[in-house]
Design a binder for this molecule. Structure first.
Ligand SMILES: C[S@@+](CC[C@H](N)C(=O)[O-])C[C@H]1O[C@@H](n2cnc3c(N)ncnc32)[C@H](O)[C@@H]1O
Length: 287
């Protein structure tokens, strides 16, 4: 069989199942099995082994397995992250958290003179903390790298498997030695140190919400009780011991949770920030 014929076969299977962008996905999977960045010749013969591998992936995709789990790749903030079924697939909406952190710390290097601790809670694939550090590294100012030399980065997750993935990604992007990884149920295993910045994309999906698009992702990364707020409720019982005046807490949320979360957080300075799809997505709490 020629690679072009195999591609047509894959497109046919995926189009039948109404997968959005099925032609692109069929080609991504073909490039993946052929280990090629680009295919310009669709007339070359392929081995039985490659054909079998490709067909297997297409059948899995037809069953709804996300493309990112099949290829073990997901782009986030322009960086390539390794992902597997043990971690949530990074979402484009979450890039807003990274942008806001960089908007706070980069322009003025305002936190650089003090020892600044930045905590990423529920790090999953490590996409947030890795992107923040890469964002800081790319920032050029007259003080150069000196500017952020007092920064400490901590990433936590309740899942040991997720932390393994986060470390793979930190290593891939050359920031492994900059991050301290701690397995912990929220703050349980964390030393009581004030953090200037706390970022958290913790589970916030209501337990009844079932959608084919998330069925293959880890339940522990998604669900948080009846109203989706069980984990954030516990988070806001504990977080104040890890902040000081001026600390900033940034959390990702669903738009329907703005009101109940404001009630949970109480009388504090809270800003609601929108994601790139103009939906309320981030709560910024200044202590
Ligand atoms: C929505 S995912 C976010 C993953 C990643 N930060 C991202 O934005 O793609 C939530 C993460 O929180 C972790 N998690 C769930 N409950 C937790 C808890 N009680 N303490 C710490 N981490 C928790 C999950 O294992 C998962 O990796």
């Amino acid at each position: 069989m020629k690679n072009g014929e195999l591609l047509k076969w894959g497109e046919g299977k995926l189009s039948g199942l109404r997968v959005d962008g099925y032609d692109i996905e069929a080609e991504v999977l073909l490039r993946y099995v052929l280990r090629m960045d680009k295919i310009s010749n669709f007339q070359f013969p392929i081995s039985k082994e490659v054909e079998k591998k490709y067909k297997n992936l297409i059948f899995k995709r037809c069953r709804g397995v996300p493309l990112a789990y099949l290829t073990n790749h997901k782009k986030f903030c322009g960086l390539d992250f390794y992902v597997n079924e043990r971690v949530l697939i990074p979402r484009p909406e979450t890039e807003r958290l990274v942008e806001v952190v960089l908007e706070i710390i980069v322009p003025s290097c305002q936190l650089s003179t003090v020892n600044c601790q930045l905590l990423d809670m529920g790090t999953g694939s490590g996409c947030i903390i890795t992107s923040i550090i890469k964002g800081i590294e790319n920032f050029k100012c007259f003080k150069g790298k000196e500017c952020f030399k007092n920064f400490k980065f901590v990433a936590t997750d309740i899942s040991a498997d997720a932390l393994k993935v986060a470390k793979i990604n930190a290593k891939r992007h050359g920031v492994l030695d900059k991050i301290k990884f701690i397995q912990s149920d929220l703050f349980e295993k964390l030393p009581v140190v004030s953090c200037q910045l706390l970022v958290a994309n913790l589970p916030y999906v209501e337990e009844f919400w079932q959608d084919p698009s998330i069925q293959f992702e880890p339940k522990q990364a998604l669900y948080a009780g009846q109203d989706g707020l069980d984990v954030y409720r516990r988070f806001f019982q504990q977080v104040w011991n890890y902040t000081k005046q001026g600390s900033v807490i940034l959390i990702e949320i669903d738009l329907r949770q703005v009101k109940p979360l404001k009630k949970i957080i109480g009388k504090r300075k809270i800003e609601v920030l929108q994601d790139r799809f103009q939906k309320p997505r981030v709560l910024k709490i200044t202590v």
